[in-house]
Design a binder for this molecule. Sequence first.
Ligand code: ADP
Ligand code: MG
Ligand code: MG
Length: 915
Amino acid sequence: MPKYVYFFGEGRADGNAQMKGMLGGKGANLAEMINLGIPVPPGFTISTEVCRYYYEHDKTYPPKLEEEVEKTLSELEKTIGARFGDAQNPLLVSVRSGAAVSMPGMMDTILNLGLNEETVKGLANRTEDERFAYDCYRRFVAMYGDVVLGLKPQEKDELDPFEEILAAKKKSRGVSYDHELSIQDLKELVHAFKEEIGKRRGVEFPEDPKEQLWGSIEAVIRSWENPRAIAYRELNAIPDDLGTALNVQAMVFGNMGRTSGTGVAFSRDPATGEDVFYGEYLLNAQGEDVVAGIRTPQPINRRQKGNKDIPSLEEEMPDVYHQLEEIRKTLDRHYRDMQDIEFTIQQGKLWMLQTRVGKRTGLAALRMAVDMVHEGLITKEEALLRVEPDQLNQVLRPIFDPQEKKRLISEGNLIAKGLNAGPGAATGKVVFSAPDAEEKASRREEVLLVRVETSPEDIRGMNAAQGILTARGGMTSHAALVARQMGKVCVVGCGALDIDYKTQEMKVNGHIVKQGDDLSIDGTTGEVILGRIPTRPSEIVQVLIEGSKPPEESEVYQYYAELMSWADRARRLGVHTNADKPDQARTALAFGAEGIGLCRTEHMFFEGDRIDAVREMILAEDSGGRETALAQLLPMQKEDFKGIFREMGERPVTIRTLDPPLHEFLPNTPGEIQELAKKMALSEDLLRAKIEALHESNPMLGHRGCRLGVVYPEITAMQARAIFEAACEIAREGVAVHPEVMIPLVGDVRELANQRRVVETAAQEVFSQYGMEVEYEVGTMIEVPRGALTADQVAREADFFSFGTNDITQTTYGISRDDAGKFLHSYLDANIWEFDPFEKLDRGGVGQLMDIAVKKGRTTRPDLKIGICGEHGGEPSSVEFCHQIGLDYVSCSPFRVPIARLAAAHAALKERQEN
Ligand code: ADP
Ligand code: MG
Ligand code: MG
């Protein structure tokens, strides 16, 4: 026969921490604390089994339940020496819900259950404190009304009826705090609350404690099915049939005067991770008063109090504090993780009411994980799994001065919110164009580039700006993508911006922001704030990239470096980077990149006045004209490649031949066209006609990728020459360079064969000219479905594959990424998509194509090297998938390299756990 009710108290508990499935997290941990000899008010847990039974049996309880509850309740009465419903000496309890996983949106706790017109007098007599008794009573009636009888408002802007009555009472008495109300006031409140319940629900408030108890039990069980709880489970993939447990626990009272109180604390600092006790409490208060912000809570110890003029628990009740400090150590060591605890002090005696693993910042996660390894509490593997890869972002990004940010927000300067595309903090003067950004930055001004959206032409301006803010576009828009690669702070898709390029100003929710105004953006939260907030680069960047801080002076850096060294030992996947310039390569190397997985040659075309030569090439009448222009470009590209090879040394460098459609390099405003026509000594009409001819109705599917190289082989040839000449020249400097030429957008093996020939010819020419050879490889991107499906054929011509997951996502879904922003939100809202597939790899569709390509490719060439260079290469869940299908490496933007390293370690460790 199943057991439904589990007792805990008096140093004995039926359950333990392992029994979360039956007892829920709260119940299992209460039992565990009892087993550890920690003072916990006695009580019992009704198991999740009852909840499951209830829903499987037409909302009824198991027949034995009532008897078990009765039996355990009398055991509880004996333990406490008070009786439930007794007019002289009443036992009061709380009823608390608690599923196996913590679930916001479920039922709230009911305190002081068991009070009625009789028992309240008994409580008053026994405690000789009538005020206390009626304070408990009015709290209970309100909680019961809210939670069991459903008067708690469901919408944010609705008011709680009991709060309203309470507020009116305080106003009529001219007081501002609850504890300033008289006994008579409290009695009147109870009366008024009961009347309100009658008026709103047409029921009498139940005077019978047993009825109160069963009413509460049923309310908890029913809350499992309330819409908020269901929605939460759906969102977090929590099975619906887990069910909730519930706890009935003897009350302890923090509201018995100045020797009583209630508080919450963390066994380590949840913001910094330091091994110090951190918490807050309130004297003469009950339950959630601390978090409810009714009064300002007091710090738990002297350390935390600093120089504030407010007494700490350590000073007010030293004995209690020291006992609590012992308990924090016990729990922290026992659970081998930072604990979030609740406690209550009743007339100088300490009681623990909850413990669970606490939430933490990225910095705290990192620090605690490493510390706990050194303390011998956890293994390195556990430590790695305790830090979410994305949490590393928080320690890599520049940060706002927290005080100053708070101050500006409290003064009403938070004007809008967008998508947090590039985490970190940036502040500067607003400019609305890329040239303005460059121009101001060259005068050492700090600027924020604000655009409706960005395009490749804006790259230099973006680079010059402290941060980028756009009105349109999603997490994978051009702005977001480039920002991540550059490690720029970026907020995109901020719909509230109404930008007028002509007047150089924007309207934002009633504010006017002009060019030159100070603005701050927080790319970690998406907040847009008026004014300047001082920032500083993260310490890790100061050590690794700027070299402005010695490693031994930065604790954060040391924590980071240690954890990353463990990650590198645990992972199987290689981690490369997407970098187009030597400084990006250098940054990526400092972050631990092992190669370049994608160098986009076209980004170099926008440097300085190269764009002129590029345009000349595009506008040339014939291949002769093109070659003349290309000859100008060749030495420039060669220098770029040399710079990159020099940085990367022997590591592989994968360079992609020209990919975007040519019209992206041409101007489109009348002024720019006029200017270019003059420069090139062309008639404006002719130029316009050329631009017109290059226009495409669907550029994403147009003349781009290897299709350019097939039509204009001289472009591929020039790029290949530049690569090989650079390679030879650097090899002469004694560096064993390792170039890889990557042909984009291949859907047919013959496209690759065609381009491979061009590359090989160029290589032979360069090698004979230089009288030397360097090893190189030619491979392809797999980014259209046909390429994936015919990968066995493609592999005949490819030394390696690299998945371009941006394009293959576009082509698999048949959705243009740049246009997806228009309906993305509706898709997410309607639960058609659980996530943005341009951000996180779609395993079911796109992933299946990748899996096919891997398998087919390796049937032809078992040693085929395969990687990924799309934006997904730095996204943890996508990295995990890449591990699972057997890729050799992932490649991502420099600032995501550490995240990918950790994600790769997670993937390997999880695989080991499963086997
Ligand atoms: P939640 O799940 O929202 O944390 P809890 O069940 O922990 O809700 O309870 C809410 C508040 O009531 C907490 O501050 C808790 O410490 C307090 N509380 C719960 N049960 C008791 C009790 N038996 N005696 C005193 N305080 C209690
Ligand atoms: Mg709690
Ligand atoms: Mg592509």
